[in-house]
Ligand binder design. Sequence first.
Ligand code: 6PG
Length: 256
Amino acid sequence: MPAPMLEILPDKPALVERGLTLVVETIRSTVANQGYCTLALAGGSTPKPLYSGLAKQDLPWEKIYVFWGDERYVPVNHPDSNAGMAKAAWLDRVPIPLDHILITPTLEGDPSASASQYETMVRAIFGRLQGISPDEVPEFDLILLGMGDDGHTASLFPHTEALTVSDRLVTVGNKGSDPRITFTVPLINRSRRVIFLVAGADKQTALAQVFAAEADDLAFPSRLVRPHGALKWLLDQSAVGDLNLPQPLSQPEETI
Ligand code: 6PG
């Protein structure tokens, strides 16, 4: 497991621009190398301008498969839907085949059933692309993540059952009483690349704990993200403040 690479950008627009560059580079190189690219999106607000930027790119859309690392338990047309946000900003504006856009099921009225259904959908695509067996954990080419001001990521919230689920790819997360559908830690950590996008002074306290030598992983779940592949944190200066972050800082010209 390689050490995380950190890049500190002056502000959120610069972070988004850097994230866009890395995502485009990853898609292009991965499609060139293996003929397709599997990508899981972050929700929340930070990635929205990055998705808008992707809508303006010339990419091999028919070779890209898009999933969501987590989803609120609402219909796609609900204002809180992560899929709804990404569709409006990006996916409805480019010719990705509809069956390559794996929207999290959220209409079953039973979050556990929806989580199992999404796991089946993920396995079906990776079974076709990689011939994985039913007991294998699929390897995404890139997973985008955000981090909440409490240190959660995806819908892996502090001190919730979802944090310790190890026998599934997808499970039910809980933000208080709100159910969410989320990738599990093993699925995230199987990824070839993970990029965190973290901006804003409200993230400083959690960031200090996530990068602390000693802290409770269950209290700050982003600490659980230790992918076997590459991990890059894109941080804006306001999120970092005067934190003394681990080195090395990766150089702007580096890809992930
Ligand atoms: C969600 C997310 C969540 C998000 C963080 C950061 O569904 O909300 O996936 O993990 O990435 O809460 O959100 P912001 O980017 O809005 O700060």
